[in-house]
Design a protein around this ligand. Structure first.
Ligand SMILES: Nc1ncnc2c1ncn2[C@@H]1O[C@H](COP(=O)(O)OP(=O)(O)OP(=O)(O)O)[C@@H](O)[C@H]1O
Length: 310
């Protein structure tokens, strides 16, 4: 049973308070939670191309983890999914991917009900790069990436030359070509992360979901990964990535959705959500925003929240 009472699950102070509610794209007024702050620029109807999660709820052990989440991720854009630890980002990505289907709500992608697609059709449509997805299979990186082609071929057929070429290109694009002959089990955390991305790329999804894709990566590899995501978006892919690094989000995302305690706190263009009066309360920190000296995009600087004076 899912406890839908507010008292069981929510922190008192996360996010914008009541009175800031403004409906936006994919955020139907009926489904919006109190405290949802969706920016006026994103107001409008749900876009036909791209992803729309509608009033998605999921709970376990009497605890509501996702509480009527509405999220729109347009096609040909990178959408960042932000929120403090335990806010429900991974759970939401798994719900959208159908790995842990929601108890309530729907997930529509390019006009199709994603949750009604069969496994194979879904695997041809979307790929999910999970956080710290481990694999101890005794196989090479190249063969692991080739597994991404399985949804695209008949069940009895082995990989074709075209499949191998796609896997090679995916390895190249993910910056993992030099790892191709390595045994997956011997890879470092950052090397594994690149291989997971390569496998997802080999799947040639139209919807790419990523849970902390820059985990374990050094700064150059982080920037490379975000460039790959931007390149995918430019070629029409819908990209939704859970990110902890708000500066990477600021540098790379077209728009962001901020959740706390399983509810949307704010959603809209990156530069309008990554502002002190939204980020500070959501994460419980003091936050300043400066222009990036090279790009002009927002750079966030953090400090511990001020203790209230006694
Ligand atoms: N299967 C489960 N059983 C019980 N609790 C769960 C389960 N899955 C998730 N949770 C809880 O749901 C909450 C949200 O978890 P989730 O992993 O989605 O958060 P997150 O935003 O991805 O966190 P992080 O940033 O730390 O990775 C957490 O409190 C977690 O403990």
């Amino acid at each position: 049973m899912t406890d839908r009472s507010p008292s069981g699950t929510r922190r008192a102070s996360a996010g914008a308070g009541p009175g800031t509610e403004i409906p936006g794209p994919g955020i139907s007024p009926a489904g919006a939670s109190p405290g949802v702050r969706t920016l006026p620029e994103s107001r409008g109807d749900r876009q036909a191309a791209g992803l729309a999660a509608e009033r998605v709820s999921w709970g376990t052990d009497g605890r509501l983890i996702l509480d009527g989440v509405d999220l729109a991720a347009p096609a040909a854009a990178v959408t960042g999914l932000l929120g403090p630890n335990g806010s429900g980002k991974s759970t939401l990505l798994r719900a959208i991917a159908g790995i842990r289907p929601p108890d309530d709500g729907g997930v529509v992608f390019d006009g199709d009900d994603l949750l009604r697609l069969g496994r194979r059709a879904r695997a041809r449509t979307l790929a999910l790069v999970e956080q710290d997805a481990g694999t101890d299979l005794p196989i090479t990186v190249h063969d692991a990436v080739l597994l991404g082609r399985i949804p695209h071929r008949s069940l009895l057929a082995g990989p074709s030359d075209a499949d191998r070429e796609t896997a090679d290109r995916a390895l190249e694009r993910a910056g993992a070509a030099d790892l191709a002959e390595r045994d997956v089990a011997t890879l470092s955390g950052g090397e594994r992360q690149r291989v997971h991305l390569a496998r997802a790329l080999a799947q040639t999804p139209r919807l790419l979901l990523l849970d902390e894709p820059t985990n374990h990566l050094d700064i150059a590899a982080q920037l490379h990964t975000m460039r790959v995501l931007r390149g995918l978006a430019e070629s029409g892919v819908t990209v939704l990535a859970a990110l902890h690094d708000l500066n990477l989000a600021a540098a790379s995302c077209d728009q962001v959705v901020l959740i706390a305690d399983g509810r949307v706190v704010a959603a809209g263009p990156t530069s309008q959500v990554l502002v002190p009066d939204i980020i500070g309360p959501a994460y419980g920190v003091a936050c300043d925003v400066l222009p990036h000296p090279r790009t002009g995009r927002p750079v966030l600087a953090f400090a511990p929240a001020q203790e209230p004076a006694h």
